[in-house]
Design a protein around this ligand. Structure first.
Ligand code: NAP
Length: 293
């Protein structure tokens, strides 16, 4: 298969960065992969795993001469990263990312980029609850969606190259506006994480003897929430701070629906409960049909 980029630079090489680097290497999408990260420990790990061709703690050094720079750090660090790499970007270099919210990417990055450097924000809707370069694997993005949110007027050839990269990583690519992305993901990802964090946190405040029983009998449902609630706290703190409006919007709706169920339970309204629980099975069938189960 043909090479898409002479040099790709990674700023951040955790779960998502390492998975993409492995795939780019496996499929010969780049001539050179430059890896940069914040800590020496992670850089050493990335080198041990052979994720790149060059390694540095200096993001600007990695970005120098790169045709594509992929930002793979928590959303709260975006602005500082963009400021650091901006002076070393060559004209025509493409800047992309993998962040879980998208309106904030434009706000935090676009203003720092020099003229003639297209920004093609991306969100691979794939992941695990594990972090760090050793958690990565080259099939992570297979049969998953990757959502691109190019700002209006983005150079079509830059968009095409980033699209090709994600397709070759095994993903289905969809293009949408950042605001639409943020609302959809607030329901499909951010709200479920918030609920899981809440349920598990409620359990942490139980009396010790009850807590022990909760863990013992966790297979009844609680266990599945603990997996989600074990996700990286830095990443999720940043997601809620960066997608504030959309999350508050869906949280308002969720609270109304929860109150409706609470009232049905209090009133012994079995019909209302049965109806609600039947409606939701249709969504589950849709998820299975869409091969997202
Ligand atoms: P990760 O495994 O925790 O790796 C984070 C990387 O960012 C590491 O290289 C880390 O460097 C670096 N980093 C952390 N804080 C930093 C800071 N303040 N300044 C500069 N660098 C910093 O994270 P990840 O799961 O790959 O997530 C990366 C991005 O992907 C996030 O924006 C997240 O929203 C998005 N995303 C995640 C998932 C998921 O399921 N995990 C899915 C889709 C998208 P050191 O280790 O050297 O400190």
């Amino acid at each position: 298969m043909s090479m898409l980029f002479r040099k790709v630079a990674f700023v951040g090489i955790g779960l998502i960065g390492s998975s993409l680097a492995l795939r780019i290497r496996r499929d010969g999408m780049a001539g050179h992969i430059a890896v940069s990260t914040r800590s020496q420990e992670t850089l050493d790990k990335a080198e041990e795993l052979g994720l790149g061709d060059s390694y540095t703690l200096d993001a600007a050094e990695a970005a120098k001469d790169a045709d594509l720079v992929v930002i793979c750090v928590p959303l709260g660090a975006y602005s500082a990263v963009a400021e650091t790499i901006a002076p070393s970007l060559k004209p025509g270099a493409i800047v992309s990312d993998v962040g879980s919210t998208k309106s904030s990417v434009i706000t935090d990055i676009a203003g720092h980029l020099p003229e003639g450097v297209p920004l093609v924000p991306a969100h691979p809707v794939a992941g695990t609850e594990h972090s760090g370069p050793e958690a990565g694997f080259d099939t992570l993005f297979e049969d998953r969606w990757c959502i691109l949110t190019p700002p209006e007027g983005t150079d079509p050839s830059a968009l095409d190259l980033v699209t090709q990269m994600w397709r070759r990583a095994g993903s289905n690519v969809e293009i949408m506006t950042p605001a639409h992305h943020d609302l959809v993901l607030a329901i499909t990802s951010h709200l479920p994480h918030l609920i899981a964090y809440t349920i598990v946190d409620t359990a942490t405040y139980l009396e010790e003897d009850i807590k022990a029983e909760v863990i013992k009998f966790s297979a009844a449902g609680f266990r599945d929430f603990t997996r989600i609630a074990a996700s990286d706290p830095t990443m999720w703190r940043d997601i809620f701070l960066k997608n504030r409006e959309a999350v508050l919007e869906v949280l308002g709706r969720f609270n109304e629906d929860l109150t409706m169920l609470q009232r049905a339970i209090r009133r012994g309204d079995g019909d209302a409960l049965f109806e609600a629980f039947s409606r939701t099975r249709t969504i589950r069938r849709g998820v299975i049909d869409a091969k997202q189960a």
